[in-house]
Design a binder for this molecule. Structure first.
Ligand code: ADP
Ligand code: ASP
Ligand code: MG
Length: 457
């Protein structure tokens, strides 16, 4: 059994869905379970519609919904012949009518709660899984749509709900596995789930990778395949550096660091359920399916190069907490961290001096609330529009003098904070957002001009 997850760009229109279908057909012997994202940009549009409704902008909300309705109708009509299309058209029409009613309801109450937002956003994956399953059937696959809300059980923390692993395993074994054993290809939406009592939830942006890993782990899959629009994990974001190389094999730990620090190609939590069960994860290109992609495994083989890849995460704010009298005092750091924790603001990089602590946060919405509390105990300064750049590689552990090479490559770029993670596999620093392209290109040139052919393509 394998899990094949198709990201937004791999199911963005009829051509892409057609391609995905061929890829699935080529793997029928491995008994695939398919997990699909919403078509690309649909999640953003649904969130925007929900927000517009919450702000009382009824016309904008309904216009966004109308555009989405058209896009789903068009995609389905291009994929299906008349009989099947009529069937799914009726279904899509009634779904979009319900969505419009919901948006009008949000306008009427004048508020978009996280619970309602999850309900609105779930349309992306729910409808696309129906369209994909119908298209697969029309192309001769014995495919069936599985409602992710009956399988992916979570707690009730809307917008970033925590999957309940034991319950998911039970549901996968009773709902999904029997289908696979009958020779059926289950098709389910990623990213969305529900509480045990059936209230819809979502597991965080980019969460379809996570869904795929959870299903794969629950069923002890032989492999999890993340199908996307690039040849695998690259030495850096190919949009920043067109000469980025494909990484052939990378360790789970390295992939997790990269994902966390902005390599959008993979959701950070994805690797965990797979790691625990030693299930290999492949990142593959749906537009170039013959390419070998990237294999993510527990232990990566040794490489000649120090680093595996460079990631960058923008929209970071540095918070400087200055308290000349307090810093040495017992419990001061704890008090600061408690404030960030209370407001759910994750801290990425920390550096301390005699009289100050600097921290970086990426959840900009939480900053005003954090600030109000911090100001009760210290002087606080903020610097927005920063970015974290992170170099990852297990060889860092064994190579002296790396920091010097990194900073030589970066000369003339103002580096604000530096940290080498406790995991010893990353070097992380903070710079101005505008310096990211230049910094990444220089680092890439320094460390990847001579890539080890065993590890890189
Ligand atoms: P999907 O829709 O398949 O989930 P995403 O947009 O979430 O795709 O992720 C794929 C994108 O991630 C690529 O198009 C690429 O621009 C970006 N990306 C960022 N860093 C990397 C990296 N190191 N390797 C590969 N892709 C990366
Ligand atoms: N559609 C969701 C998002 O855009 C989940 C995903 O694509 O992984 O965040
Ligand atoms: Mg993604």
């Amino acid at each position: 059994m394998i899990v094949m997850k198709f990201g937004g760009t791999s199911v963005m229109d009829s051509t892409a869905i057609d391609r995905a279908c061929e890829i699935v057909k080529g793997r029928l012997g491995r008994r695939p379970i398919v997990v699909v994202s919403a078509m690309s940009k649909v999640t953003d549009a649904l969130l925007a519609a929900g927000r517009a409704a919450g702000n009382g902008d009824r016309d904008k909300a309904l216009e966004l919904s109308r555009e989405l309705r058209e896009r789903h109708y068009t995609t389905a009509s291009e994929l299906l012949h008349t009989g099947l299309f009529t069937e799914i058209h009726t279904d899509l029409a009634s779904e979009f009518d319900t969505l419009d009613e919901l948006l009008r309801g949000i306008v009427a109450v004048g508020e978009l709660s996280p619970r309602t937002s999850d309900y609105v956003v779930s349309y992306g994956e729910r409808l696309n899984s129906k369209i994909c399953a119908a298209a697969f059937q029309a192309r001769g696959l014995n495919a069936v749509v599985v409602d992710a809300r009956e399988v992916l059980i979570t707690d009730n923390q809307h917008m970033k709900a925590i999957p309940q692993v034991d319950e998911i395993e039970h549901r996968c074994k009773t709902i999904v596995k029997p289908l696979v054993e009958k020779g059926v290809v289950p098709v389910m939406g990623g990213f969305i789930g529900a509480t045990k009592t059936g209230v819809q939830t979502t597991i965080g942006r980019g969460g379809s990778d996570f869904s795929a890993a959870l299903v794969g782990a629950a069923l002890d899959a032989e492999a999890i395949e993340i199908w996307t629009d690039v040849d695998g994990m690259m030495t850096t974001d190919p949009r920043l550096c067109p000469d980025a190389h494909r990484v052939k094999v990378i360790s789970f730990e390295e992939a997790a660091e990269l994902a966390y620090f902005g390599a959008k190609v993979l959701h950070p939590a994805t690797v965990l359920p797979a790691v625990q069960k030693n299930i290999p994860v492949w990142v593959l290109n749906s537009k170039n399916p013959k390419n070998e992609g990237t294999l993510i495994v527990a232990r990566a083989p040794k490489s000649r190069n120090t680093f595996k890849a460079i990631a960058a995460k923008k929209r970071i704010t540095i918070v400087d907490v200055v308290a000349a009298r307090m810093l040495g005092a017992h419990g001061f750091l704890r008090a600061i961290f408690e404030i960030f924790d209370r407001h759910g603001a994750a801290v990425d990089v920390v550096s301390t001096s005699e009289v100050s602590v600097s921290l970086t946060v990426d959840s900009n919405e939480a900053i005003p609330a954090v600030a109000a509390d911090l100001e009760k105990i210290a002087d606080v300064k903020y610097e927005g529009r920063k970015a974290i750049v992170c170099l990852v590689g297990e060889n860092i552990r064994a190579t002296p003098g790396i920091a010097a090479q990194v900073f030589t490559a970066l000369k003339e770029i103002n580096v604000r904070m530096i940290s080498q993670g406790a995991s010893e596999i990353n070097i992380t620093f903070v710079i101005d957002e505008d310096d990211v392209p230049e910094a990444v290109r220089r680092l890439h040139k320094t460390f990847f001009t001579n890539p080890d052919p065993e590890t890189f393509d």
